[in-house]
Design a protein around this ligand. Structure first.
Ligand code: PLP
Length: 375
């Protein structure tokens, strides 16, 4: 099995597994209980929190743990709307982009049922947001601008610092989905609320975090025992927090090494695939561990079925399951056939060049065989 689906999830780092084990077994105390064991668990969680904060690398805010990045984004968006309403603010508009993850798009859709005026901006054929279009939409009615840093389906980056500056000029809150960016690229400064997820950086599933700029915190999200600054109640899992913290520390320490490795892998993959493939999205503004490509006259779903020993994906893992062509590929202007002839190869820290080249050659050969059938 060759694993090339790093955007869906990443393999758990051995260091993460080792760090988590004691907190699953003998060190089982409730981190919020006043016993010595409880205090030890709490201290481990606080170390993890600092490590995540350091990996995010922004000053003037705090990290709150959540159950996933999806939860963090729901909290950021819904909580900001609620806070504004309680404060009697007249701001009622949310601006986002057509290529956002469903965690943002569906939450924004839900907000429209609560009376929010939503604008979903298009992207160009490179997958980039046109800042002039954004400028036309920005005014004092805008409460939130929500734009992701690195796209999960096509790897394209957005100019988040510039977008944040523009949002701030009209007094809006900048929300950023940095799930595919953390540990992979330098996080742009500017956002007020940043969502991240452990399992995309070789940590465990079931834990994410929301970084909140002081003064820009959303309203409390989960009510109960008052954990996480009284804003997101529920007993924290020391194992998951420690796993996330360890993954963040590793990502921080290895960022340049991992990045260089990914650049080399990208070049090797392009070479092994051959010239018949077209890259989806910008080649200049991207994270190179995400290779979204298409080839005329192939049926990507059949390719996936034919190559069971290689784990890769159509548009995104979510779109793969649904049978619907990816909204991101449609947003960059691909027609139905082009979207259905697209695959996504995701690689990173533990991918060897040998495996990647072998997989790409198999993919290229299977695609060629399909072309012959069609011809
Ligand atoms: N945002 C992006 C860009 C993602 O790729 C994902 C996961 O696929 C999410 C949000 C949701 O993250 P989680 O799995 O932690 O809910």
């Amino acid at each position: 099995m060759i694993y090339l689906d790093y955007q869906a999830t990443t393999p758990v780092a051995p260091e993460v597994e080792q760090a988590m084990l004691p907190w699953i077994a003998e060190r089982f105390a409730n981190p919020h209980s006043p016993s010595r064991w409880g205090h030890e668990a709490e201290a481990a969680i606080e170390i993890a929190r600092k490590r995540i904060d350091k990996a995010i690398g922004h000053k003037g805010g705090v990290v709150a743990f959540t159950g996933s990045a999806t939860e963090a984004l729901n909290w950021a968006l819904k909580g900001t709307v609620e806070k504004a309403r309680v404060a009697g603010s007249k701001r009622n508009r949310v601006i986002t982009v057509a290529t956002e993850h469903a965690a943002v798009l569906d939450t924004c859709e839900w907000l429209t049922e609560q009376g929010i005026d939503l604008t979903v901006l298009p992207v160009d054929s490179d997958g980039r947001l046109d800042l002039d279009l954004l400028a036309e939409e920005l005014d004092e009615r805008v409460l939130i601008v929500s734009v992701m840093m690195v796209n999960n389906e096509i790897g394209v980056t957005q100019p988040i610092s510039a977008i944040s500056r523009m949002a701030h000029e009209v007094g809006a809150i900048m929300v950023c989905d940095a799930v595919q960016a953390l540990g992979k690229v330098e996080l742009c400064d500017g956002p007020d609320l940043i969502a991240v997820s452990a399992h995309k950086i070789h940590g465990p599933k079931g834990i994410g975090a929301l970084w909140m700029r002081t003064g820009k915190e959303p309203a409390p999200f989960i009510h109960g025992g008052g954990q996480e600054l009284g804003m997101r109640s529920g007993t924290l899992s020391p194992a998951l927090c420690v796993g996330f913290g360890t993954a963040a520390k590793l990502a921080d320490e290895r960022q340049t090494k991992d990045y260089d490795h990914v650049q080399r892998l990208w070049t090797a993959a392009m070479h092994a695939l051959g010239p018949d493939w077209i890259i989806n999205g910008s080649t200049a503004h991207r994270y190179f561990g995400n290779l979204s490509i298409r080839r005329d006259r192939i049926d990507a779903a059949r390719l996936l079925a034919d190559l069971r020993e290689i784990a890769f994906s159509l548009g995104s893992a979510c779109a793969s399951g649904s049978g619907r062509p990816s909204h991101v590929l449609r947003a960059i202007g691909l027609d139905y056939t082009q979207a259905r002839s697209s695959i996504r190869l995701g690689f990173g820290r533990y991918t060897t060049q040998q495996d990647l080249v072998a997989a790409c050659k198999q993919i290229a050969a299977a695609a060629k065989a399909q072309e012959h059938l069609v011809a």
